[in-house]
Design a protein around this ligand. Structure first.
Ligand code: S3P
Length: 450
């Protein structure tokens, strides 16, 4: 498991042109939600295309600990026999969510209005992340929590015995916080209302509706107002998880910067609350097309075609796009390093509280590899070196962060000299087949010495 075993240093060398098809795994956000809502429905939910990464497997185990029957049927097919809204039992032991902020925050919400107590922990990265953003709104339902200083894990959550519905305005653009409140609202009587000034990924709202809950979304003064009617009986569903746009970002980016590449990345989730990176890359002049756009299981999908793009230009990424590409700034900064001119990424302070401080982690690693980066509290700017012109040659720290690890491996695929990361193990949290998939396409990775 990431962060708990021996580090796996890895070297990434200049890749051969990336050709063929990159079939990336299922969407992490949707996979967590499918397991959790499946566990809160009455009867059997069937899931295909589940992401079988460590983060999601932790959520599957957690749902078992709360009383659901969760079975791996093989080949990405899973079955969840749910216990119904308010039906969670008390876990016998500490619930370990590994590296998964989404897992722990959503599960805390889902159990917060059931009169049971659960204690949560995670790996070193997750134990350093703030949970106050979830425990504050949960307290409004009547939920009690007790964690370490600064609201860190390990943390015990004592579910409210007589929950009251809540009206809550999100103080930051966070789909995890929004989802925790909505999931807690499921077992509260009456209507729980979340005001969302900046739209974030809406998989929870979509899936809640799919399970039969009443969720109404209105726009008031530019904010999304989401009203959930509590205590529904959720009906089990058949869910086909689309492939993850946040994972697709890596082969797409690599194809844009590795000379001679021409890659198809099929069936990628194109939910507008998630697809910001692909529009940004096109704004930069990337040769990236969306083919065969269609709807699958309530989510829009498309096949992405990415070709080597030597004419990309740096841009100012619109700050209002941040929430729709929040996990993609690390890999965008790698593409920006191979564009001409400066790329400014502003309005992104949330990057400082992800699996690592992603502005600091990327800035440090890019600078070590010969790229000029300036940064402030909520912005950073990368000076592009032009196609093929990034020096590379350095070893960087991935800081227990899967997306930092994959970003620097992509940098090494197109830099002049090889790039080494200190630990590739965290990649298994979200994209367990990353190395095999990228090697098959043209990547050249090699174990390094400690
Ligand atoms: C996620 C929300 C985002 C994102 C994370 C997944 C989700 O986090 O960074 O990888 O599935 O709801 P925040 O809600 O903290 O922005």
């Amino acid at each position: 498991m990431s962060g708990q075993g021996t580090p796996e240093p890895l070297i990434s060398r200049r890749a051969a042109p990336l050709k063929g098809e990159a079939r990336v795994p299922g969407d992490k956000s949707i996979s967590h939600r499918a397991l959790i809502l499946g566990a809160m429905a009455v009867g059997e939910t069937r899931i295909s295309g589940l992401l079988e990464g460590e983060d999601v497997l932790r959520t599957a185990n957690a749902m078992r600990a709360f009383g659901a029957e969760v079975s791996d049927l093989g080949g990405g097919d899973w079955s969840v026999h749910g216990v119904g809204v308010g039906g969670f039992g008390e876990p016998e032991d500490v619930v370990d969510c590994g590296n998964a902020g989404t897992g722990v925050r959503l599960i805390m919400g889902a159990m917060a209005t059931t009169p049971i107590t659960a204690t949560f922990t995670g790996d070193a990265s997750l134990r350093s992340r703030p949970m106050g953003r979830v425990t504050e709104p949960l307290a409004l339902f009547g939920t009690e929590t007790r964690g370490r200083t600064g609201g860190r894990l390990p943390m015990s959550v004592i579910g409210a015995a007589d929950p009251v519905p809540v009206r809550y305005r999100l103080p930051m653009a966070s789909a995890q916080v929004k989802s925790a409140v909505l999931l807690a609202g499921l077992n509260a009587p009456g209507q729980t209302v979340v005001f969302e000034p900046e739209a974030t990924r809406d998989h929870t709202e979509r899936m809640l509706r799919g399970f039969g809950a009443e969720v109404v979304v209105e726009i008031e003064d530019g904010a999304r107002v989401i009203t959930l009617t509590g205590q529904p009986e959720l009906a089990p569903q058949v869910i086909d998880v689309p492939r993850d746009p946040s994972s697709a970002a890596f082969p797409v980016a690599a194809a844009l910067i590795v000379e001679g590449s021409d890659l198809l990345v099929p069936t990628i989730g194109m939910n507008p609350t998630r697809a910001g990176l692909f529009h940004t890359l096109r704004d930069m002049g990337a040769d990236l097309t969306f083919e065969n756009e269609r709807d699958e299981g309530g989510e829009p999908v498309a096949d992405l075609r990415a070709r080597f793009s030597p004419d990309m230009k740096g841009i100012e990424v619109p700050p209002e796009r941040a929430a729709s590409m929040i996990d993609e700034y690390p890999i965008l900064s790698v593409v920006a390093a191979f564009a001409e001119g400066e790329t400014l990424m502003a309005g992104v302070k949330e990057l400082r509280v992800k699996e690592s401080d992603r502005i600091d982690a990327m800035a440090a690693g890019l600078r070590a590899n010969g790229v000029t980066v300036e940064d402030g509290e909520d912005w950073w700017k990368v000076s592009g070196q032009g196609p093929g012109a990034v020096p590379g040659g350095a070893r960087v720290e991935a800081r227990l962060d899967h997306r930092i690890a994959m970003s620097f491996l992509c940098l090494g695929m197109a830099a002049k000299e090889a790039v080494t990361i200190d630990d590739a193990a965290p990649i298994a949290t979200s994209f367990p087949v990353f190395l095999d998939l990228m090697s098959d396409l043209g990547g050249r990775f090699e174990r390094a010495n400690h």
